[in-house]
Design a binder for this molecule. Structure first.
Ligand code: MSP
Length: 679
């Protein structure tokens, strides 16, 4: 029996009525990154994914294909498993709801719930949306259509079993209260309470008689179990709940309750209301967390087969490689928020982050090792490190903490951003330390230190990239010859002598630079014609007391202690020193910048403040491209209350001067250290 701590993570089980698209890959890649991270940091991980194979939609798709459901499903399941293999998804178990191990347990627990009085027989009258497999009340329809997918609904009346949800409402609310982290992000919890629980939780229809493709109720076989009770139960049947095999029962004991169910935001209701209630009725512990991430959208809205705007992940994997796709999915959109997929954004990420920053760092380091030290990592002398060396080594040592902190909160994008701060710092270190000049002047002692530092930085970066990418870390590790010990997750804490004496192999560029125009054209053609413009719903309006963005600070008010008197500038009141001193200003360096989706004016910046990296959202997108800001030294107001702009948190404000259309950043010379106090 292992004494390791366990971690159980799940994806939704996907409907195999069609092939999957990058939206499905998005959840699965995120779950994979989390599972890999937990394994690397010593946990015994169970990572579950699978397919939800019952219901009217699957039955109809099979009929349309002229096949028996299981025959129809097999082709798609093979395709899905192949996709996960191509994306290097490290799932431990794959559950199909048509498997015997699942169906017998669902049948048994259905009977138990009838016996307990939690499930009762009655008549159902209501509106049914076949694509969503959901019933709706008249009042819930929008323009007479399904409120989720906006398609036609059918009026249905049939005998059905119902689950007595109302019985458990108080218990559920109490659970929410005692487990404030159960629903993440936090905003989803209020949505569940206000939209579904407060208006009165309806008993849930849990069987159907109008189709037969499902798990038949043992004591009344004309009923099949309505999909959600069948589907949600996968999370326990897959790991041995109800099994008669002792080793399976032990697995269940070991891993249940799940640490996190990752789901798209449209199914958070099923996972945070119905699923906990089913578990309460079964007397089982509830999962620790349900994390609802946002949607990956196309310019014309949600991806759907009927709109013809879905992207087959295989197309992207074939063209750019799986690491590039995994990186893009986890980096481009902050997890939890919606994001729009555009070919431009993809190619820019691949060019800037992968080819220019990461690929180039490795490539130039290997080239210099060969040019200046025969392809062998030199043994650095024990000479005291320079401040430049220490700046790099300190950042490298602290990056693992930032990565872990973000990954614990499922902030994949922020974790990658922290790694990229180090990637960019390492590139800048090379420019500043200029090994070519040391070689020219024959300063071997310094040259060896610098080359060694470069390799150590790459080692730390490569270790930390393992949850996110799989080919790159494998290839670079082999190229630099790091031992198991040197490449352990915890070895990213050290910046020491792990690489000296290693022979480094020369190789071509790992991430090629792409021609943006050519690629956008090719992708547009491959993904079904030109994409429509995204509907714009306007920019955020400036608020009266402007708590963020780069608008120039104009203090116009005085408190009682700082009675306002007029200054020499007409219309501007003077303030006391106290008021000014309350504003904390620091020098910061912009280390990354990206556009905020659907906000023409906003940029999301990561600003290095010496002791930390802050995210600041700034209204300067009309004046600067993100690339033009990297490396700029700015003045940051660091003690403003955090605010959210377009759903993105801003923790400060950078100062700028403006005159008419013109806007310039307030800046200091580039050798002013990050974090310096500004008075
Ligand atoms: N079978 C149910 C889930 C049952 S879980 C017990 C289902 N299946 S699904 O095939 O429709 O998959 C939905 C999930 O796929 C979403 O919750 C999300 O995880 C993922 N996504 C599908 N499209 C997506 C986007 N466009 N963007 C992000 N995630 C998306 O619902």
């Amino acid at each position: 029996m292992t004494s390791k701590q366990t971690f159980y993570v799940t994806t939704p089980i996907y409907y195999p009525s069609n092939k999957l698209h990058i939206g499905h890959a998005y959840t699965t890649v995120a779950a994979d990154a989390l599972a890999r991270y937990k394994r690397l940091s010593g946990f015994d991980v169970m990572f579950l994914t699978g397919t939800d194979e019952h219901g009217q939609k699957i039955q109809a798709s099979a009929e349309q294909a002229g096949q028996e459901p299981l025959e129809f499903l097999q082709g798609i399941i093979d395709w899905i498993m192949q996709l996960w293999e191509r994306l290097d998804i490290s799932y431990d178990r794959f559950i199909r709801t048509t498997e015997i191990r699942h169906t017998v347990v669902v049948q048994a627990l259905f009977e138990r719930l009838i016996r307990q009085g939690d499930i009762y027989l009655s008549d159902y009258e209501g509106w049914y949306c076949t694509p969503c497999e959901s019933f709706w009340l008249e009042r819930e329809l929008v323009d007479g259509k399904c409120p989720d997918c906006h398609r036609e609904v059918e009026f249905t009346k049939e005998e059905s079993y119902f689950f007595r949800m109302s019985k458990y409402v108080d218990q559920l609310l109490e659970f929410y209260e005692q487990h404030p982290d159960f629903i993440q992000p936090e905003s989803r919890k209020q949505e569940m309470i206000n939209n579904f629980i407060k208006p009165g939780l309806q008993d849930l229809c849990v069987s159907r008689t109008s189709f037969h493709w499902g798990i038949h109720v043992k004591s009344n076989p004309k009923h099949v179990v309505y999909v959600w009770l069948d589907a949600l139960t996968n999370y326990i049947t897959a790991i041995g709940y109800g099994s008669d095999k002792p080793e399976e029962q032990a697995t269940f004991e070991q891993f249940w309750p799940a640490n996190v169910h990752l789901v798209g935001k449209e199914i958070v209701r099923f996972h945070t209301i119905y699923w906990p209630i089913f578990l309460m009725a079964l007397g089982l512990p509830l999962p620790h967390k349900v994390y609802a991430h946002g949607w990956l959208l196309m310019k014309d809205g949600k991806m759907s087969k009927s709109k013809g705007n879905v992207i087959d992940p295989n197309v992207l994997i074939e063209r750019y490689g799986r690491d590039a796709i995994r990186y893009f999915l986890l980096r481009d959109v902050p997890f939890g928020q919606d994001g729009v997929f555009t070919p431009e954004a993809l190619i820019e990420r691949l060019n800037f982050d992968l080819a220019n920053d990461l690929g180039n760092l490795v490539h130039r380091t290997v080239a210099m090792l060969h040019k200046f030290s025969g392809g062998v990592v030199p043994n650095p002398s024990e000479e005291a490190p320079s401040p430049l060396d220490e700046d790099l080594s300190n950042l490298a040592r602290s990056t693992i903490h930032a990565v872990e902190e973000h990954l614990e909160k499922l902030e994949f994008s922020m974790a990658l951003s922290a790694i990229w701060t180090l990637v960019r710092r390492a590139n800048k270190y090379i420019d500043e330390a200029a090994p070519w000049a040391l070689h020219r002047t024959g300063d071997e002692v310094r040259l060896h230190i610098v080359l060694h530092q470069m390799v150590e930085a790459i080692r730390v970066i490569t270790i930390l990239l393992q949850p996110f990418m799989t080919d790159f870390p494998r290839a670079v590790r082999a190229q630099f010859g790091w031992s198991d010990e040197a490449f352990a997750w915890a070895a990213a804490h050290d910046f020491a002598l792990h690489s000296r004496g290693n022979t480094v192999v020369e190789a071509g560029p790992i991430f090629p630079r792409l021609d943006i125009k050519e690629e956008v054209e090719a992708l547009t053609a491959l993904t079904g014609g030109p994409l429509k413009e995204a509907p714009s719903d306007g920019e955020p309006k400036p608020t009266a007391n402007r708590t963020a963005s780069t608008e120039v600070v104009k203090e116009t008010s005085g408190s009682a202690n700082n009675a306002a008197v007029s200054s020499d500038i007409p219309g501007i009141a003077t303030i006391g020193m106290d008021t000014f001193a309350a504003v904390e200003l620091r020098v910061g360096e912009i280390v990354s910048a990206a556009k905020v989706e659907k906000a023409d004016k906003l940029l999301q910046l990561q600003v290095h403040l010496g002791s930390e990296i802050r995210q600041v959202v700034s209204g300067i997108a009309k004046h600067f491209t993100p690339e033009a800001l990297i490396g700029r030294k700015v003045i940051v107001v660091v003690n403003l209350k955090p605010v959210k702009l377009r759903g993105v948190e801003s923790n400060g404000m950078i100062l700028a001067a403006s005159e008419g259309e013109r806007l310039e950043l307030v800046t200091v010379p580039s050798d002013m250290p990050n974090g310096s106090v500004v008075r």
